[in-house]
Design a protein around this ligand. Structure first.
Ligand SMILES: Cc1cc2nc3c(=O)[nH]c(=O)nc-3n(C[C@H](O)[C@H](O)[C@H](O)COP(=O)(O)O)c2cc1C
Length: 171
């Protein structure tokens, strides 16, 4: 039901369940570390030109390697033990492919909520999308732009959190 640019509906959905979720997580963590590892080589040089960027790269490298350690000790720092993960890919030829995927992801999350299934976006899988694509057998020419964890919620909440948003009224 989600809209798509020019109504092309060119998205592909990959539904991962059971032990495959853990295997996907292994691939994603490997992908995160393979990006951060070589980039870290340039941190001392980057520090001279852009200190903030160098610091954020260095903290990401630490985060990703701590995720690897947690995963190796049997924890699930990225996919959080979710029973299901859905990845959404779109063709690279579609300039608005990313929008199509995110749009569909949001529809999916709202619908899931309606039928009692909790969800959470997984940005890490989006960052390490190349590893996820290889693992899931995503056809060449497609990119994963959205990944969402799903499962029956362990907790229920009495109230929603009210976040402040920056809204400007033009009247
Ligand atoms: C682009 C994006 C990436 C996100 N990636 C992750 C993630 O990798 N892991 C995670 O647990 N939550 C992730 N989230 C969920 C946010 O942390 C969460 O929505 C936010 O903290 C607000 O919490 P709420 O959705 O419960 O209100 C992501 C959210 C967005 C929009």
């Amino acid at each position: 039901m989600a809209p798509s640019s020019r109504n092309t509906r060119g998205r592909k959905y990959f539904i991962v369940t059971g032990d495959k979720v853990t295997e996907l997580e292994r691939e994603v963590i490997a992908g995160l570390n393979s990006v951060a590892g070589p980039a870290a080589f340039f941190i001392p040089i980057l520090k001279l030109f852009n200190r903030k960027r160098a610091e954020s790269l260095s903290s990401l490298k630490k985060l990703f390697s701590s995720m690897q350690n947690a995963f190796d000790s049997g924890k699930h720092p990225v996919l959080c033990g979710a029973p299901a993960v859905i990845c959404i890919a779109s063709p690279n030829s579609n300039m608005q492919g990313k929008d199509d995927c995110v749009c569909s992801e949001q529809y999916l999350m709202l619908y899931a909520e309606n039928i009692g299934i909790a969800s959470c976006i997984n940005g890490f899988t989006q960052i390490a999308h190349k590893n996820a694509e290889r693992f899931l057998g995503v056809p060449k020419g497609y990119t994963i732009h959205a990944a969402v964890m799903l499962g029956y919620p362990k907790y229920s909440y009495r109230r929603y959190v009210r976040y402040g948003e920056d809204i400007t009224w033009i009247e």
